[in-house]
Design a protein around this ligand. Structure first.
Ligand code: CS2
Length: 482
């Protein structure tokens, strides 16, 4: 048995370690969602700048599971960031997590932390489905299980919005400065969305609380980017090989990283710009570019690749038809964008292709295919609607949607069932169970999923028939015919 990672001092010289004294750290950030993406992104930017100000250590909180929390705490918050490219893998130990916490066994403990004036930022990487956003209205989904439970019992929350509102209510009652909620999820206007949901929730609890939040709490939006596959046994084995110690919280990622942040904070922030973050007054152009070009192409490749039998995104790049479809899609997505300051969209697209091609990154198509109902609107449906309104080509969007529909049938190319990982999986299965298994019935059934497809798309007969035709190809051959 090798020893467990617990102290950076014991590591070989080849491993980069924190450039500050960890025993000097205090906690200034409470982070909800300690998954791999957070550990590859916000925790790393913070690790880069803790030497300048040691008050920004992070307490990482899981609202659901305890696995990551236990592994991090057993390692004093330390873990390896493995950066992979074709030249090899490097290991760096990240020290910014001071402590990890699981909310479920001790909700009152988390509420107390949210009311602690030392906590000045509450950041989030909780995935799209955790917000309780109703895509039909852009507002609060009262039927979302966490929202419904937390509105019924606002002082004992279990979901993201419930905790934020309860935490802000406690700060106000104590006469404290609010913390800044900082969304780092792949939603357009993520800060604005979080603000709207928080205000709508607060309104139902106490109208004067809503007013106070509206007046005093900034909700900066951010654009976050780093391709981070879920960790596997290979990640842990490589961490051990490179460091000589066991690390059950190791993660692996690509060299590229980007963070664009709106610079509105209630009570300060780490000097993230010194780690390469770009501080702006309005992030929306960057967000749209990234969601439509990177994530849109990712979803297209995930669905079509998974169906064609490609396990990883890098494999889809070896499939000439899929690679050129992704390039065409990025061009079409770029035509829906306004100019983005300082960025050449053509070069951005070729850089994305190179990142997808990275042979050292094993990013599962099945992982990206997850939660399609939460991802399609901002990645594919909104830009498709805009493209059609401008009289432009929306064909690749139709093909991507057909890919999602083929995936939603839950049967792989050999007819073997797989789990449809989507919060609306039961509804989808129900809609499809009654229908014939042809492209017309399947597409009609899925177009009728409440709230998902904008009317401007479903009423466009040319576009829906292109979806149906592509779906027919996929049902027959698991590929789009040329
Ligand atoms: C991916 C993203 O899983 C997915 O849906 O498209 O996680 C993507 O890898 C990141 O947004 C890249 O920054």
């Amino acid at each position: 048995m090798t020893t467990r990672l617990q102290n950076p001092d014991g590591l070989p010289a080849s491993v980069t370690r924190p450039a500050y004294r960890r025993d000097a750290l205090t906690t200034g950030i409470l982070h909800l969602g300690p998954g791999a993406f957070f550990r590859a992104h916000l925790a790393v930017y913070t690790d880069d700048v803790l030497g300048k100000d040691t008050r920004w250590g992070i307490e990482a909180v899981s609202l659901r599971s305890t696995d990551v929390v236990d592994h991090l705490n057993e390692q004093n918050g330390l873990y390896n960031l493995l950066v992979r490219d074709t030249a090899g893998t490097t290991a760096r130990v990240i020290g910014s997590i001071v402590k990890a916490r699981a909310a479920v066994p001790d909700p009152a403990g988390l509420l107390a932390r949210l009311a602690d004036p030392a906590i000045r930022i509450v950041s989030l990487t909780v995935t799209e489905k955790a917000y309780g956003l109703d895509p039909r209205t852009g507002g609060l989904d009262l039927a979302h299980p966490d929202i419904a439970a937390d509105l019924a019992n606002p002082t004992k929350p279990r979901g993201v919005i419930g905790y934020i509102v309860a935490g802000l209510a406690a700060r106000r009652a104590l006469g404290l400065t609010p913390f800044t909620p900082l969304s780092c999820d792949n939603l357009p206007g993520n800060g604005a969305v979080l603000k709207r949901l928080t205000l709508e929730f607060a309104e139902r609890v106490d109208a004067s609380l809503r007013h106070w939040i509206e007046e005093t709490v900034p909700f900066p939006s951010t654009m976050v980017d780093r391709i981070t596959p879920a960790s596997t046994d290979e990640t842990y084995a490589d961490a051990e090989r490179l460091t000589g110690q066991t690390d059950l919280a190791a993660i692996e990622t690509e060299p590229f990283s980007q963070w664009v942040i709106e610079d509105h904070f209630a009570d300060g922030r780490p000097a993230w710009e010194a780690a390469g973050a770009v501080m702006v007054s309005d992030v929306s152009a960057y967000e749209k570019m990234k969601l439509r070009m990177l994530n849109g192409a990712h979803s297209l490749l995930a669905y079509l690749g998974f169906i064609a039998g490609h396990e990883f995104i890098r494999d889809t790049m070896q499939d000439a038809a899929l690679k050129s479809l992704a390039e065409r899609h990025m061009e079409a997505a770029a035509r829906t964008l306004d100019p983005v300051s300082g960025i050449d969209l053509g070069a951005y697209a070729s850089d994305l292709i190179a990142r997808f091609e990275n042979r050292a990154i094993a990013h599962r198509t099945y992982q990206i295919a997850m939660d399609g109902t939460q991802k399609l609107p901002q990645r594919l449906l909104q830009p498709a609607t805009e493209a059609l309104a401008r009289g432009e080509d929306a064909e690749t969007f139709a093909i991507a949607v057909a890919g999602w529909m083929r995936y939603a049938t839950g049967l792989d190319r050999d007819g073997k069932p797989y789990e449809l990982r989507d919060p609306r999986a039961a509804e989808i299965a129900e809609l499809l169970s009654g229908s014939e298994k042809d492209s017309g019935s399947i597409s009609r059934a899925l177009f009728s999923l409440p709230g998902l497809f904008p009317g401007a798309l479903t009423s466009n007969a040319a576009w829906t028939s292109r979806v149906e035709q592509a779906l027919a190809d996929l049902l027959r051959e698991n590929r789009i015919s040329a």
